[in-house]
Design a protein. Structure first.
Length: 451
């Protein structure tokens, strides 16, 4: 294959966002609905009640929001409860394929309750999830001969073993060290096998910068990583975090995930391109009313996905809890696909004296003060979100090179920046460098005091 081509899939990717693609999506959605009516009683009941007895009853994509309401985490929990806790009974009620066709089970971390399963068929692994990853890697510049270090958690996570199970026809070598191995093993393995691409969470990539001198005896740049593929949490889209990671590694950073998204190589971050129109439908809904939000420049809403291929992955107007802001006008990079930015998580929304703020926005401000701060912080709450009893309380580590007698000045500067950028003035508890635990997985930014 010619390495200079613009896209991994030169047939489908140029069509993203086009009228021809909408025709492809409608045909695949109609087949999907037929499968739901045949195999998924939970959705079939609603579809028939709303006048959809076959896929052909959907005359256009605009009919889809009226055919089914969004499927939320609360819906999933209710179905599990109604199934007596039997996850397979629940999945048999939800999936558009027989339960016997599943070949792998992944799951969310379950940090806010029971883990939500990602059941996968062979088609999901190869033609949906795997195809997205091949497209994303190609856009990020990963090429045959690259050695890709997997440092996302391998245990149960969608970004773990299912990636390795996908057909590997893009010519990359897979090095599955996994986040569970710990930072020392990740660093030593990357050096030993000569990794050129590192795939992990942004917080792990930052932590590896701190650990490299102790483990390797040299800065992180000595590894020769040329591409960072980071996702799973906010960070890769924040200017200060991007500058730190790209500078420290001497690599290009690409934001990955939040559905089927990957950022482009434009010098200024443009958000993530949605690169899977033919693989899944992308919608926005109002997070409270669940009414559709038109996809126009600047539109904000909760992202909703419907799988168009596979069967186990099972997105059927599914909300994953992410709030997106979209841009549909052409990207200056010239590549196809609407773009979206992560505003925050619905579950993490904080309301302080009527002001709505998300941890991702707070992280952006804190990160802009590195190296005066380490970049590590936590949000201290007296009760679960969204309500926050004022003031907003933060625990932040000073930077290793920031002397104690300069903390008062740092405090004033950071509080002023918070007021300017998120319209809140926090109360800050200053911590010594290294006080807060580091995680190889997703960093939990909210600390809720015990009752």
């Amino acid at each position: 294959m010619a390495e200079e081509r613009a896209y991994w899939d030169q047939k489908m990717e140029p069509l993203l966002g086009s009228e021809r693609m909408r025709e492809i999506q409608l045909a695949r959605l109609q087949r999907r609905v037929d499968d739901l009516l045949l195999h998924a009683p939970f959705f079939a009941r609603t579809l028939r009640a709303r006048g959809v007895a076959r896929g052909a009853d959907l005359a256009s994509l605009d009919d889809w929001p009226q055919a089914l309401p969004p499927f939320t985490k609360a819906d999933y929990r209710g179905l599990i409860e109604a199934s007596g806790g039997d996850v397979y009974r629940a999945l048999d009620d939800l999936l558009p394929v027989p339960i016997e066709t599943l070949v792998c089970m992944a799951a969310t971390s379950g940090t806010t309750g029971e883990p939500q399963p990602y059941p996968l068929t062979r088609e999901d692994i190869d033609l949906l999830w795997g195809e997205f990853l091949r497209r994303a890697r190609w856009r990020a510049g990963v090429r045959p001969g690259d050695r890709l270090v997997h440092a996302f958690a391998l245990s149960m996570f969608l970004a773990g073993v299912p990636i390795l199970q996908s057909r590997d026809d893009d010519g990359t070598m897979q090095i599955p060290v996994g986040a569970e191995a710990g930072t020392a093993r990740i660093l030593s393995t990357t050096r030993f096998f000569g990794g050129t691409v590192l795939s992990c969470t942004p917080s792990l990539a930052e932590h590896l910068i701190e650990r490299a001198p102790d483990v390797l005896g040299e800065p992180i740049a000595s590894l020769g990583i040329r591409i960072l593929l980071c996702g799973g949490e906010p960070g890769a889209g924040l200017p200060a975090v991007r500058r730190r990671l790209e500078s420290a590694y001497g690599a290009r950073l690409f934001d990955l995930g939040a559905g089927l998204g990957v950022s482009c190589d434009h010098p200024v971050y443009q958000g993530l391109h949605w690169i899977g129109d033919d693989l899944a439908l992308y919608e926005l809904v109002d997070p409270e009313s669940h009414e559709p939000v038109p996809l126009v420049d600047g539109a904000r809403g909760e992202a909703v996905f419907t799988s168009l291929l596979g069967g186990g992955l099972g997105w059927t107007r599914t909300t994953l809890g992410d709030l997106h802001e979209v841009t549909v006008s052409p990207c200056p990079c010239g590549r196809s696909g609407l773009r979206f930015r992560i505003v925050g998580r619905v579950d993490d929304m904080l309301k302080v004296k009527g002001v709505i703020v998300y941890p991702a926005a707070i992280k952006g401000v804190v990160a802009s003060f590195v190296p005066r701060v380490s970049g590590e912080f936590r949000i201290r709450l007296s009760e679960p979100p969204p309500r926050v009893v004022p003031p907003l309380r933060l625990r932040i580590e000073r930077g290793a090179a920031t002397p104690i007698d300069r903390v008062a000045e740092l405090d004033a500067d950071l509080r002023r920046a918070m007021k300017d950028r998120i319209k809140l003035t926090p109360e800050i508890e200053w911590l010594e460098p290294g006080t807060l635990s580091r995680s190889a997985h997703k960093t939990k930014l909210l600390e809720i005091e015990p009752e």
